[in-house]
Design a protein. Structure first.
Length: 370
């Protein structure tokens, strides 16, 4: 059977986050390049309720280019974060970086759908640059194709087994259970559904460029009507500003991060370091949009209606205005919790500051309710 050859029997589809999780109590766990983030959601009527969350800093260089370099240190940080969270839930949804996943939307004739696994294997052999026994691979039928009544849209997704297994290992070493393994861009799109609810017509027939600005990379995800049109990563992030602060004031990495976050750095920081960085960052965002316009948009005549900023750097003073001014596109900070109920344990002022950095973790936590 194809499932035996490709690892379908390992519940990869459920780990990938495409299959329903049957409302199992679940935490969203985001292992970023600098921190571990945990989010727990429940239901309050028809709405989500954020029960608690925590952000725990990782040791320097524990994660590099998405690879878990120091798994024991990462597991220890996950364990600390879980204890701080104060939840009894041990099942987690975790994600691999988008750059480590291979995914493609296929059109399969309905007349051939009885041989779906054979068609998927044939397609996988063409697009996956590794032996199939080295990957976790599965597919999900999305439904009839909008363009052709005779075809089904099918999402094929794969990842190297070692990349999935290292994240599962870190979670298990922390004393938790990896119930679902997702892909970061999929998790962001899940959380984005909550952001859309805040917009006119819930964002229907509008195009959004979601920029997740991390420590070392900018992730650009262009979305329209729930579909990902474009994804790209650029090597630029908040770590550059942190290092500038370290050099300028002769302080440690932790002190630089704390000062940047809490705006407690010496006089002159904003004009000498922050404003030039914000300008450079807005240029990178403009450049990413230009790539989109010269590739996907040029053939589909699609223009971006809104820019959404996420990630820790998105809260830098004046960044949203700088991006809006440079691109002439309405720009807002992405907060997936605005439409949610907040438990009594949540400090709203802190959540407002942390929310843009919790997009992946909140999207993962929502997998509980698929």
């Amino acid at each position: 059977m194809l499932s035996d050859k490709l690892g379908f029997g390992t519940q990869w589809l459920e780990q990938l986050g495409l299959r329903q999780s049957k409302n199992v109590p679940l935490l969203g766990l985001d292992i970023s390049s600098t921190a571990v983030k945990l989010v727990e959601l429940t239901r309050a009527g028809k709405n989500y309720q954020i029960e608690r969350y925590v952000i725990e800093a990782l040791p320097k260089d524990a994660v590099s280019e998405g690879n878990l370099v120091e798994i024991e240190s990462i597991a220890d940080t996950i364990r600390k974060a879980w204890k701080r969270l104060g939840s009894s839930t041990k099942n987690v949804a975790v994600a691999i970086p988008t750059s480590m996943a291979i995914y493609k939307k296929l059109l399969v004739p309905i007349s051939q759908s009885d041989d779906m696994e054979g068609l998927i294997e044939s397609e996988a052999n063409q697009i996956i640059p590794f032996p199939l026994e080295e990957v976790n691979l599965d597919y999900q039928v999305l439904g009839p194709s909008p363009a052709s009544a005779e075809d089904l849209e099918v999402l094929l997704c794969a990842a190297r087994k070692e990349k999935v297994e290292e994240r599962v290992a870190a979670v298990e070493m922390a004393g938790l259970h990896a119930h679902i393994v997702d892909v970061e861009s999929f998790a962001m799109m899940t959380a984005f559904e909550q952001v859309q609810r805040q917009l006119p017509d819930h964002g229907l027939n509008q195009t959004f460029a979601l920029f997740d600005i991390g420590a070392t990379k900018i992730h650009c995800n262009v979305i329209r009507n729930g579909q990902q049109l474009y994804y790209r990563e650029q090597a630029f992030g908040g770590q550059q500003l942190t290092r500038d602060i370290q050099r300028r004031y002769g302080i440690s990495l932790d002190e630089a991060e704390h000062g940047k976050r809490n705006m407690t750095l010496p006089e002159g920081y904003e004009s000498e370091l922050m404003h030039p960085f914000v300008d450079a960052l807005s240029q990178e965002i403009q450049r990413a949009l230009q790539f989109f316009y010269t590739t996907v948009s040029v053939s589909q005549y699609i223009r971006v209606d809104y820019i959404l900023l996420a990630g820790g750097c998105s809260m830098l003073t004046g960044l949203d205005d700088a991006v809006a001014g440079r691109t002439q596109i309405s720009t807002m900070i992405a907060n997936p919790f605005t439409t949610m109920v907040h438990s009594g344990a949540i400090r709203l002022k802190e959540l407002l500051m942390d929310a843009p950095a919790l997009l992946v973790a909140s999207g993962l936590a929502m997998r509980r309710f698929d």
